[in-house]
Write a protein that binds this ligand. Sequence first.
Ligand SMILES: Cc1cc2nc3c(=O)[nH]c(=O)nc-3n(C[C@H](O)[C@H](O)[C@H](O)COP(=O)(O)O)c2cc1C
Length: 163
Amino acid sequence: MPTEMARKFRNALGCFTTGVCVAAARDAGGEAIGLTINSFASVSLEPPLILWSLDKGSDRMAVFEGASSFAVSVLGEADQALSQRLARKGEGLLEAGEWRAGPTGAPVLAQAIAHFDCDVFARYEGGDHVILLGHVRDFGLQEGDPPLIYFRGRYRELAPAKA
Ligand SMILES: Cc1cc2nc3c(=O)[nH]c(=O)nc-3n(C[C@H](O)[C@H](O)[C@H](O)COP(=O)(O)O)c2cc1C
C-alpha cells in the first residue's frame, strides 16, 4: 500500500476506540515477556476463545511462537506508563512483582482489571500479523476499576455519557 494510503488506513483504524492490554508468555528460560496490544477480541463462549494479533516483525515473535500458553491482561487507568514501556523495542521483560503465573504458567499482570489465561488454540496467518487464538483456561476481573482507553493514537480515560 502506498505510504499516504497506509497512513490514512492507520488513522481510520484508530477511530475504533479500544481498551489496552498486555499479552505475555514465558520464554525458553522462563522469563515473562509481554507487549502492549489493542487487537484483543472475544471470539467464542463455548469453548471460551479470545484472539489478538502479533506483528510478524516483532522481536517478541519467537517467544509467542515457542509458547504453548499466553495470558492477556486488560490494563486500568493507572497503567499508562506500563503500557508505554511494553510498547518500546527491547523492553518486553516483565519484572518480578509485576506478574504472577496463571494456571497455564503464563504471566498475568498483578494490577490487571481483567485477565484471560489461555492455552494456544490456533495460530492463523494474517498478512503481516499472526492471529493467536487462545483457549481460556482461567480468567478474573476487578469489579469497578476504570480501564485505560486508546483512541486516535492517544491514551484516554472513560467519561460517562452525557445523558
Ligand atoms: C496502544 C497500542 C496497541 C498496540 N497493539 C498491538 C497489537 O495488537 N499487536 C502488535 O503486534 N503490536 C501492537 N502494538 C505495538 C507493540 O506494543 C510494539 O510494537 C512492540 O512491543 C515493540 O517491540 P517489538 O517490535 O520488539 O515487539 C501496540 C502498541 C500500542 C501503543
